[in-house]
Design a protein around this ligand. Structure first.
Ligand SMILES: [Fe+2]
Length: 315
């Protein structure tokens, strides 16, 4: 078999100067990644979510990134991230958990990037994509997720390899770790970046039952050395827009970039492709995090916001 290549990129979230907030750093880093990706001799690109900074409220951010991805010489397969839709739900309604994902946001993502979860084979590899943060949401999309994992995937024809991509990490340190406590300030981010234990273990069982051998995730923007658990390789991917969580793991590396996978007779070998230039520009405006609607001030925008936003604000 002639070796061939697929790629994985996560968390480009360039944002837009037509938005109520913008950071030049995010935009510059995505443009660097896009230039490098255009020169890759690959057969497909997996995208692990957070394609936009505020796609959850702006169609125009989805339009822009989709048009940019269409300039790549190979197809892209994306799963949503929380910036494209909304956050994981909490079980206790704590104020630290907000902007929780809604059915409407999930359906909007599907309008731009297609229905999910998805699964397909390319050559001798099955690729599957999920939005794991739906677990525990109680949304109809959650039922669809479990049906996909536990009924539809096992019915698919197997391939030599099965690669699954998701936005949230399945776990932080170990698949058996507890559900992190979002009320504990020292561990809020552990909770925010991972899937709760009950759902995590159920997903892991489904992964093993359907021959998943590689699990890729984004969201954290910090690459971690690959972990192999019960024969499944877990890879926490680098970010593109900006680095994050540099001090959580001794083997964490916040260098920005994307991942290249070479498929050959001997298996799937991963290598990291750093951005050729990392922007650390502090130019920009507007709030970080997940601001409430009343905190969105479009008069700050460097470029004219789209008509529908101006109309919405003046109503
Ligand atoms: Fe994220």
């Amino acid at each position: 078999m002639k070796p061939w290549t697929f790629l994985c990129a996560c968390d480009m979230q360039p944002g837009s100067p037509r938005s109520f907030r913008f950071r030049r750093q995010h935009r510059d880093n995505w443009e660097t990644a896009l230039r490098q990706l255009r020169n890759e001799d690959a057969e497909l690109l997996l995208i692990g979510g957070d394609l936009t900074r505020d796609g959850s409220i702006h169609d125009f951010e989805f339009d822009e990134v989709r048009a940019e991805l269409e300039t790549l010489p190979y197809p892209c397969y994306a799963v949503p991230g929380n910036m494209d839709t909304g956050n994981k739900h909490s079980t206790i309604g704590h104020p630290r958990s907000h902007a929780e994902v809604t059915a409407e946001q999930l359906d909007r993502f599907a309008r731009f990037f297609g229905e999910f979860p998805w699964s397909f084979t390319h050559r001798n590899v099955r690729f599957s994509g999920i939005y794991a943060a739906l677990a525990g949401s109680g949304l109809p999309h959650e039922d669809r997720l479990w049906r996909f994992l536990e009924e539809e995937l096992p019915a698919q024809s197997p391939a030599d390899h099965h690669v699954m991509i998701m936005h949230y990490a399945l776990f932080i340190d170990d698949v058996n770790e507890k559900t992190w406590d979002l009320t504990d300030p020292d561990h809020y981010h552990d909770w925010y970046f991972s899937i709760d234990r009950e759902h995590r273990l159920r997903m892991f069982e489904a992964m093993k039952a359907t021959g998943v051998k590689i699990v890729l995730s984004g969201h954290i923007h910090c690459r971690k050395l690959e972990q192999v658990i019960e024969g499944v390789r877990f890879l926490k991917c680098a970010g593109i827009a900006f680095p994050q969580w540099a001090d959580r793991w001794p083997d964490g590396d916040t260098t920005l970039g994307y991942h290249r996978f070479e498929v050959s007779e001997s298996g799937i070998a991963e290598s990291f492709v750093p951005l050729e230039i990392e922007s650390d520009s502090d130019e920009g405006y507007g709030p970080g995090g997940h601001p409430d609607p009343e905190e969105r001030d479009y008069s700050l925008a460097w470029e004219e916001p789209p008509e529908e936003i101006v109309g919405m604000k003046s109503r």
